[in-house]
Structures are given as structure tokens and as C-alpha cells.
Design a protein around this ligand. Structure first.
Ligand code: ASP
Length: 391
């Protein structure tokens, strides 16, 4: 059997971290801490008491203290060339403005992340919605997830081809279905039955992406059939733990323009959403990390709201969003946890990507192990956006 590279997970040595104590002590502490948090939590609305009528509040809601809102968005982590920086910064700023409008009038974190992500799905700069990468058959196939940290309700769609805004379909699932996840035609049917107009797949395809796929496939040996040979490993064996079914990890030209948002609302609830067209030339039916709970997206008031981007196969193997949220519940700050998640991704599976993290106290973490990641952040005091952070 081949040995994977060093599997050790980075250990925390920073002051204030609880990862360095032994497991049982940590468990005891965590449960004490959570009990304290629960007692401290003051429900501030009918919804937070779980008493309101309506589907979304049938579930017990656990909310923190009233808070000043916070919103963070990202638009993908990769070696973004200089001439694409402006479009990405504008895109994330527009998304921030849309989500902030919701939060400033007292709307929910869930609505805010949905609105932010819709803006980026509609912006052809990003690999989400119209303008997404094409799969091997030249089609757009979209994945999205949205999650509410107050109730742990979530909605996800995978491999949809006729939904212009997959995050809207995901939200319908969260709000109007007892289920959590729908794929392909079933997801499209659900979306249509719940009031979303379907489009043609061609409506999501743009010339830039047709050309990009043509160039990519022309460069790729015709022998790129399924499996190991597809990735240039004739032996079929994993090399250095790299995944055989994802684009070459060292190919800096491969962009990752997945979009995501995390928000904290006035009620103290957090939420997260992630939406993607996946990876260029992906096999039809391939699902990445973005729409899988705990992989590309996660939200729990007790830990954090998280959205990731990057090479999906390693991210999903590490269940990276939940891994990061667990670091927060263990007492670490989002900033540290975001950076550690990127270290873990790189050290454990040679993965690359980016992450945004927000806890219910409004503390933020933004990190990437790629050269650049488009991000934007807004609080009542400040607004900022950039393409480099926490490296
Ligand atoms: N994580 C996405 C996927 O693998 C791609 C990305 O983030 O750009 O589907």
C-alpha cells in the first residue's frame, strides 16, 4: 500500500487554544462551554424562541445576543491574473452591497447570504450561475448550498442544468422542504414546483467559456479517458496523495471562481452560502465540495459560518468547513482557524483554496493558500475588499 504524505494535523500552541489539551479534557471543557453559551443565549424574537409559525421556525432556534451585523463574501481563490482583479473586486463589492441592504434593514443572515450569492451568480466574472465553467460535454452544471446557523436547516442542489440561480433553489429547499438535498432533474423539478422559472442550459453558457473549454481540451491528450490516465498517471496510482480526478494541482492557470458568503444578523444568527459551476472540463455528474454540508459550506450559531473555495476533491475529503467550525467551538478565533484550515488542506492533501469564517460574536477569518482570493467584508464600522489576505 502506498503511504500518504505526512498526515499529522497541525497542533495548536497558541494561547487561548484548547486543542493542545487531551481529548477527554477537551470534550469536558467543550460541553461546559456550550452549556454556558446556551444559558447565556437570550432569545430576542419569537423566531428565536422557536415559537413563530412557519416552516423555518418549526425547529428550535438557538440564537446569541443581539449584534451588529457582519457580512463577508468571497469570489474564488486562485492565481488570478492582474487584468481580472478589477472585475473580481467589483463583483464582490456588489455582492456585499446587496447582502448589506438586507442586514441593515434588520433582515436575516440567511436572506443576506442568499442575496449576496445571487449577485455573484448573475455576474459572469464568477464560476457560478451564467458564465460558469463547462463540463466535459460543454454543459453548465451547478451546485449550491445554503445553511442557517440558528436552526441548522440547510438546502442544497447538485448538478442542476436549468436553474439560473441555484442558491435560490437551495433556499427553497431549506425553507419549504423536509429534505436537505436535491440533485439534477429532481432538483429542477422541485425548483419549478416552488416558483422558480427554469431556463435552458444554453442560457447559462457564454462564448468565453466555450472557448476556454475548447482550448483546454485541445491541450489535453486525446487519451484523457476516465481514471488515472486522464491525469497523466499511466500507472493509475495516486502520486503524493494527489487526487487523480481533479485538475493538476500545480496548474496555476486553473481558476477557482466559486462564490460564497457568511453573515451575522442583528438577532445574533449566522448563515452561510456557497455556489459554483465546479471545475473546468469536469466529468458530467461530478459534484464538488461546494454544495456538500460541512465541506464547502457550514453554519452553526455554536461554532461558525464557513464558505470555502478551491480544488473540491481534497476539500470534501477533509470535510473542511466543519473541520474549521470545530476549531471555533474548541475556543479558537476565526482568523486562526481559517489560516489553520488552509495549512491543513495543503499539508494533508496538497490542496489549494480559500475560506471565509465568521462566528456569532462577529469575529472574522479570511485566508487562502493560493496567490489570490477575491473577498469583501462589511461591518457597521468599516468596509474593505481585496485579493490577498492571511497568507
Ligand atoms: N470547489 C469548487 C469545486 O470543486 C471549485 C471552486 O471552488 O472554484 O467544485
Amino acid at each position: 500500500m502506498r503511504k500518504l504524505p505526512d498526515a499529522s494535523v497541525p497542533r495548536v500552541t497558541a494561547t487561548g487554544s484548547f486543542d493542545c489539551v487531551n481529548a477527554s479534557l477537551r470534550e469536558t471543557f467543550t460541553s461546559l462551554w456550550m452549556t454556558w453559551r446556551r444559558r447565556r443565549a437570550k432569545p430576542t424574537s419569537l423566531a428565536s424562541l422557536g415559537m413563530a409559525i412557519g416552516n423555518e421556525s418549526r425547529f428550535a432556534r438557538l440564537s446569541a445576543m443581539p449584534n451588529n451585523p457582519v457580512l463577508v463574501v468571497h469570489g474564488g481563490a486562485w492565481a488570478m491574473p492582474d487584468d481580472m482583479v478589477e472585475a473580481h473586486i467589483n463583483g464582490v463589492r456588489n455582492a456585499l452591497a446587496a447582502g448589506w441592504r438586507v442586514l441593515e434593514r434588520g433582515g436575516t443572515a440567511l436572506d443576506a447570504v442568499e442575496e449576496s450569492v445571487v449577485i455573484m451568480e448573475d455576474d459572469e466574472t464568477f464560476d457560478a450561475g451564467r458564465g460558469s465553467f463547462l463540463n466535459r460535454d460543454g454543459k453548465v452544471q451547478l451546485d449550491a448550498l445554503i445553511m442557517d446557523g440558528g436552526t441548522l436547516r440547510a438546502g442544497g442542489v447538485g448538478c442542476v442544468e436549468r436553474v439560473r440561480n441555484p442558491v435560490r433553489a437551495a433556499r427553497k429547499i431549506l425553507s419549504e422542504s423536509p429534505h436537505v438535498y436535491f440533485v439534477a432533474e429532481g432538483a429542477e423539478r422541485f425548483a419549478e414546483e416552488h416558483g422558480l422559472e427554469l431556463c435552458r442550459n444554453e442560457d447559462l453558457v457564454i462564448p468565453r467559456e466555450v472557448e476556454r473549454l475548447r482550448e483546454y481540451q485541445a491541450k489535453t491528450p486525446t487519451s484523457r479517458a476516465e481514471g488515472a490516465r486522464e491525469m497523466g498517471h499511466p500507472s493509475g496510482s495516486a502520486q503524493d496523495g494527489n487526487d487523480l480526478f481533479a485538475p493538476a494541482v500545480h496548474d496555476a492557470a486553473i481558476s477557482h471562481d466559486t462564490v460564497g458568503a457568511v453573515a451575522l444578523d442583528r438577532e445574533g444568527n449566522i448563515a452561510a452560502a456557497t455556489s459554483t459551476g465546479g471545475t473546468l472540463n469536469k466529468a458530467p455528474g461530478r459534484l464538488g465540495d461546494s454544495s456538500l454540508i460541512g465541506c464547502g459550506c457550514y453554519a452553526d450559531n455554536l461554532s461558525a459560518a464557513v464558505s470555502t473555495t478551491g480544488w473540491g476533491e481534497p476539500i470534501m475529503k477533509l470535510v473542511l468547513a466543519k473541520w474549521t467550525a470545530d476549531r471555533i467551538v474548541a475556543g479558537n478565533l476565526p482568523e486562526w482557524a481559517a489560516q489553520e484550515a488552509m495549512n491543513y488542506l495543503k499539508q494533508r492533501l496538497k490542496g489549494h483554496g480559500g475560506i471565509i469564517v465568521l462566528n456569532a460574536q462577529g469575529q472574522v477569518g479570511i485566508a487562502h493558500n493560493t496567490p489570490r482570493m477575491a473577498w469583501a467584508l462589511k461591518t457597521v464600522q468599516k468596509e474593505d475588499a481585496g485579493i490577498e489576505r492571511g497568507q
